[in-house]
Design a binder for this molecule. Structure first.
Ligand code: FES
Length: 258
């Protein structure tokens, strides 16, 4: 797949005018820009104020190029009536927006406190050695059918399944160095991989389009989510048990009084 710059108005200040060798010039991408303008307008129409659509639009441009390029920033600014500085301030604040190309899969290893002590640090060190890349680096095309970017991530609120690995933001629970190595090997080999909850993974750019707010058009994916896991529901189970115990005590107490 050839990367395409989504749009660049050379008359505007701040436009990135140097296209990498593997990307076609914006001048050849009028049809891409036209498609993205249509998509962006559909997203903007969902909000009372255009600027409220900035986060979806950043996912949209990321779905096109695999990261937020200077042209992507420019595109969002033009569509929303913002300055490029305002768009950049947001895209560099949130860690889901990337400033360099992400592989076919983004593999995030949680190394925040609980996951770290439960094995996350070991998993991350193992994957760095196995893949021969460092944090926030991408495998080369020669390492497999697909590429992946490895990154250590902060807590993603799945501590009940620690240590977790996320691929394109989908969870893989209770991982070990061994299962993590198998996971990345499967991804590199292009095998179908299914997370602990939800449908089989799609590639990073496809995920980004879904995160922008467009339908996941694969059949039956909506119903592939499954329920919350037992660890997540444990607190609810205990609360309900406590409620039942209190009712029992109340009933027995009244019985004893009678
Ligand atoms: S510490 Fe890893 S998900 Fe919370």
């Amino acid at each position: 797949m050839t990367d395409v710059f989504i749009g660049r108005n050379p008359n505007l200040p701040g436009a990135n005018t140097t296209a990498p060798a593997n990307q076609t010039s914006y001048a050849d991408a009028a049809e891409v820009r036209e498609r993205l303008v249509k998509d962006a307008q559909a997203l903007i129409a969902r909000y009372p104020q255009p600027r409220s659509a900035l986060l979806p639009l950043l996912h949209l441009v990321q779905s096109e190029e695999g990261y937020v390029t200077g042209d992507g920033v420019q595109f969002c600014a033009e569509m929303l009536g913002l300055s490029t500085a305002e768009v950049s301030a947001v895209s560099t604040f949130y860690s889901m927006y990337k400033n360099k190309p992400v592989g076919d899969y983004h593999v995030g290893v949680c190394t925040n406190t609980l996951c770290a002590v439960m094995g996350g640090d070991e998993i991350f060190a193992t994957l760095k050695g196995h893949l021969a890349i460092g944090n926030d680096e991408r495998t080369s095309d020669s390492q497999g059918e697909r590429t992946l970017t490895l990154e250590h991530i902060e807590c993603n609120a799945a501590c009940d399944f620690a240590p977790v690995v996320m691929v394109n933001w989908e969870f893989f629970d209770n991982m070990t160095p061994t299962t993590a190595v198998k996971l990345v090997d499967d991804l590199l080999a292009g095998r179908e991989v299914t997370p602990s909850r939800g449908p089989a993974l799609c590639r990073f750019r496809e995920t980004e389009r879904i995160l922008a707010g467009f339908e996941d058009e694969r059949p039956d994916v909506v119903h592939a989510g499954g329920p919350a896991g037992p660890a997540t529901l444990e607190g609810l189970r205990l609360a309900r048990q406590e409620e039942l115990d209190q009712k029992d005590q109340g009933t027995n107490g009244r019985g004893a009084e009678a």
